[in-house]
Ligand binder design. Structure first.
Ligand code: DGY
Length: 319
């Protein structure tokens, strides 16, 4: 019997599957996520840990868990919260949850795109404010996305699912060739690959779907934002630090950019106060994969990874 530790509440259906094994299962049940010291205490002695993207898995975490730890199963497709080299050096397998959350995340990215271009946030805030309003021919006009071009930075499963939604709404699809789209999707979607700098300068919307790595940190920086088309939009459902958030706030405040739809933040869960001041920004609290079906599938896959490694089998989705 091994000890499986889960650092956050998970859907009951996934928890049941783990409890049905002969392993000891402990699930964090606090009303708030564990503090760092609570997390370190929780994982002590675990053979397998199911982590979430706010758990920093580093040397300190691995020391606290102990030498028996065999797998860190991240309940996320992104794994920038994990020090892979440190895990590898200790022989700890790291897994993520690809293939189960791309549609959910693309739904949120596309929802943000419509929300920001059609000013849904502003409209909602106006109604709730109680301020008077009347239908006028030129009142709160947004922009149509039909006939516009979306530029994807990151065209893997999530970027491709976003492209499918955009194509269905009449958009042309382009992607940064540094992060290419696979066939047959690229041909089906008539998607055009181009160098990142050309993409950024030539599209009406830039949407980020890349992992956060040293290479993609601030991939959308002040210089690239300055090169974007006046009035164009930014959508980010990837990781906050892929964008220089302060430079984004400035480009939005100056009116150079038309708006932004953000689900993720550089210093999550803190949101840059400059963004909160702006009407042309739609802000969500990292909801990309947040629907019951998707979160259950993510937790099930993480659990399968843990059980496989504990049974001496290869993990289905090792990174
Ligand atoms: C992920 O899986 O990396 C997402 O950001 C979680 O919603």
């Amino acid at each position: 019997m091994a000890r499986i530790c889960i650092t956050d509440a998970i859907p009951e259906a996934s928890a049941e599957k783990l409890r049905a094994t002969n392993h000891e299962v402990s699930i964090w049940d606090g009303a708030e996520p564990p503090t760092r010291s609570e997390l370190l205490e929780l994982v002590a002695g675990a053979d397998a840990v199911l982590t979430v993207l706010s758990d920093g898995v580093d040397e300190e975490f691995l020391d606290a868990a102990g030498p028996q730890l065999r797998i860190v199963a991240n309940v996320a497709v992104g794994y920038n919260n994990i020090d892979l080299a440190a895990c590898r050096a200790r022989g700890v397998v790291v897994t993520n949850t690809p293939g189960v959350l791309f549609d959910a995340t693309a739904d949120i990215a596309f929802g943000l795109l419509l929300a920001v271009t059609r000013r849904l946030g502003e409209g909602e805030r106006l109604i709730r404010s109680g301020r008077p309003w009347r239908y006028r021919t030129t009142f709160m006009l947004g922009r149509s996305i039909e006939g516009k071009t979306i530029g994807l930075i990151g065209a893997g499963q999530i970027g491709t699912a976003m492209a499918r939604r955009c194509r269905a709404f009449g958009m042309a699809i382009a992607y940064a060739e540094e992060h290419p789209m696979r066939e047959p999707a690229a041909s089906e979607l008539a998607a055009t690959g181009m160098p990142l700098d050309e993409l950024v300068a030539g599209c009406d919307v830039i949407s980020l779907h890349c992992p956060l790595t040293a290479e993609t940190h601030h991939i959308l920086n002040a210089e690239r934002m300055a090169a974007m088309r006046p009035g164009s939009y930014v959508i980010n459902t990837a990781r906050g630090a892929c964008i220089d958030e302060q430079a984004l706030a400035e480009a939005l405040a100056s009116g150079h950019l038309g708006g932004a739809g953000l689900d993720v933040y550089e210093d999550e869960p803190r949101v840059n106060p400059a963004l909160l001041e702006l009407e042309n920004v739609v802000l969500l609290p990292h909801l990309g994969s947040a629907n019951i079906e998707t979160r259950t599938a993510m937790c099930d896959l993480a659990a399968e990874n843990a059980l496989a490694v504990l049974a001496g089998r290869p993990a289905p989705s090792a990174v």
